[in-house]
Write a protein that binds this ligand. Structure first.
Ligand code: FE2
Length: 378
């Protein structure tokens, strides 16, 4: 059940970390209309626009908006030509995550180590520079059209990356909602593919398995999934990987795979230190969340014991709670943020627990299935 909380060492001999990671540098989304997508994340999630790239700054084929809150950085990119590969990806997948960029000290070394172990190169190491310094980067392929870019930007002091220009500060549209960092980023892959990507993260990128759940734990009457969590960079990055398991009807993972047309990022969990305040703000700005039935809250205290937060506030806001032997955690999931039932967000506050909310899976999946049924996809 809970596996892999062991550390990456054999006896007292630490294992050489061939691919040291400093965390998630940013996540790049390919979208149909980056200008409007950026507006959504700024007004609804309170992220600040920090930099822009497009025709006005000398980039002719695409526009990109870099936005941030706390340590979270997103880049929203759209093609400016119909025959552009980005346009083709958006046509196939809808809006979604293209690149989970990882921060490293040496992008060439990271790319060398990964490709030596079997990663497929998407972009060889290159150095980009402007008046603010230089950035070294290289990319490898992941599941579907998703990639990891290794970015070394220790020698760069510009607003974001070379090619981007700073935008007026402070961002008059943005009003922060207390989001601090990315807690984890989850992939959906096809039936029978989970272990292939678990092996990839372990063998090619030097990750270790953090936790895993099987379909007996994550199932409802209708649908089920299997999931394993891979962690790297001394647990600074965590990537749960889901695959569908056999249920009576179509699982939420299959619905995703059908509408995304292949594997991809299912959700991004963003952390907060005050989930009640964050969710109150997000709700008032129109972010839509999944709701579990009221009976969930009738049974809550019996299941998780004493918690600091008033249960009636959690009930009002639809926030879920789970406890394990290390502490507890609070979490809530948005509805998909595109028209297709694909990418969504999780907001999470950890109070000691390092788990992913196993005790909430049943209530949550039933809530997801109600939404699937409304879409005619169950
Ligand atoms: Fe999650």
């Amino acid at each position: 059940m809970l596996q892999g909380l062991e550390h990456a060492s054999i006896g007292s001999e630490p294992v050489h970390d061939f691919l040291p990671l400093n965390g998630t540098a940013h996540i790049e989304f390919y979208v149909g209309n980056a200008k409007q997508a950026a507006h959504f994340y700024r007004t609804a999630f309170g992220m600040s626009l920090i930099a822009y790239r497009g025709p006005e700054s000398g980039t002719r084929d695409r526009t990109s908006y870099a936005i941030e809150q706390g340590k979270i950085r997103f880049v929203l990119t759209s093609a400016l030509r119909p025959d552009h590969p980005i346009a083709a990806q958006v046509n196939l997948h809808g809006d979604g995550v293209h690149d989970i960029a990882l921060s490293v000290d040496d992008a060439r070394s990271a790319w060398n180590e990964a490709t030596k172990r079997g990663a497929r190169s998407v972009r060889e190491p290159e150095t980009m520079s402007d008046e603010y310094g230089e950035v070294q980067s290289a990319s490898i392929a992941l599941y579907g059209d998703t990639i990891h870019t290794f970015i070394a930007r220790n020698a760069y002091h510009g607003p974001f990356l070379p090619g981007f220009v700073a935008t007026p500060q402070p961002d008059s549209l943005a009003d922060p909602t207390g989001l601090t960092h990315i807690d984890h980023t989850v992939a959906n892959v096809g039936l029978g593919e989970m272990n292939k990507w678990v092996d990839f993260y372990r063998d090619v990128l030097g990750f270790r398995q953090y936790q895993h759940f099987d379909d007996k734990e994550i199932s409802t009457e209708y649908s089920a999934l299997m999931s394993k969590v891979m962690a790297g960079g001394n647990d600074r990055v965590k990537f749960p990987i889901n695959e569908p398991a056999k249920g009576k009807k179509k699982s939420q993972i299959e619905e995703y795979l059908d509408f995304y047309h292949g594997p991809g990022v299912q959700h991004i969990a963003m952390a907060t230190d005050d989930i009640i305040k964050t969710i109150s703000q997000l709700r008032s700005r129109g972010v839509e969340f999944l709701r579990v039935p009221g009976t969930y809250y009738d049974e809550l205290q019996g299941r998780v014991g004493r918690i600091d937060e008033p249960v009636d506030r959690l009930r009002q806001l639809g926030i879920l709670v789970d406890r394990d032997d290390e502490g507890y955690m609070l979490q809530i999931f948005t509805k998909p943020v595109e028209d297709r039932p694909t990418l969504f967000f999780e907001i999470i506050q950890r109070k000691g627990s390092r788990s992913f909310g196993k005790g909430n899976f049943k209530a949550l999946f039933e809530a997801i299935e109600r939404e699937q049924a409304l879409r005619g996809n169950l």
